[in-house]
Design a binder for this molecule. Sequence first.
Ligand code: COA
Ligand code: ZN
Length: 313
Amino acid sequence: MSTRPRIYMQEVATRDGFQNEAQFIATEDKVRVIDALSECGFAKIEVTSFTSPKAIPALRDAEDVMHQIKRVPGVEYTVLVPNVRGAERALSCGIDEANLVMSASETHNRANLRMTREQSFAQLEQVIKAISGSPVAINISLSTVFGCPMEGDISEDNVIQWLDRFASLGVSRVTLCDTTGMAYPSQVRSMAMRVKALFPHITFTLHFHNTRSMALANTLVAISSGIDRFDASLGGIGGCPYAPGASGNACTEDMVHMLELEGYDTGIDMKKLLAVAAQLPGLIGHDVPSQLLKAGGRNTIHPAPDYVKDIGK
Ligand code: COA
Ligand code: ZN
């Protein structure tokens, strides 16, 4: 048993990443990536989303993917669900967790989910009531909690009000999503400290995007504020197609590399992780933001130029 503090890593590339790819990724390729990720040591994998195929055509094969992946004991398999219809589809596939999504910003909720926040809440409330008491866990992902690209700042009080309403329905898992990389470290500290104090029975995940290169700084600050679960995306791919300017998530391999150096136990097998990450550019047809894939770990040793040995002779 490791005595290092544990950080739980939750992989979202095949949902947050693939949803944003213009080119459809074949079902068998998705399944291959997920099966490889299942061997890497993640606490949770967000496999796909049960959204409208018109809204997110890239994930229109959600049922097939869920039915074809191999489940590894100890890994939780979750899926994104926006409404009652999505929950029905997800439940038919034997999910471990339903990740119910709505936005703290009214405008982003309307743009992304084509509902008011009240309409979204009513849909999610129905799903929560139907699932409660079953073995399927419920997580609420609240988007744009650190800012909305169409509204600007989102107040902490607004976020707390939605958390209150979900807490009163018995929700015990919540992800605070920085949908377009607007979060900054002192803001993260303030939010994390406040929600941890107000909702001690809720397990919080933080979901950062690296749109403005602050995801890793935000991660360290979140940990020092008591958060121990993070979403991250292989290769750093990702982004919401309905949030202007959205770009990739915090990159899993970059985050794990940093956290392990800092003395945390992420449970991740870096060699296996990098082997899967290395397949991504070929699969999606373009380069990925990952720094570690390009540079290797900090202990990557390069040969010195020949003249070095002759200097000083
Ligand atoms: N899965 C599959 N089909 C769905 C569905 C779901 N979860 N929800 C609705 N549909 C279908 C309906 O059956 C209907 O089909 P039809 O045109 O063949 O009759 C059609 O989609 C429209 O239904 P409606 O309820 O009017 O949905 P909408 O068009 O207002 O879209 C959402 C609402 C929530 C389904 C859609 O906006 C969505 O899926 N958004 C997800 C966005 C997302 O994932 N963003 C990134 C992650 S944060
Ligand atoms: Zn995201």
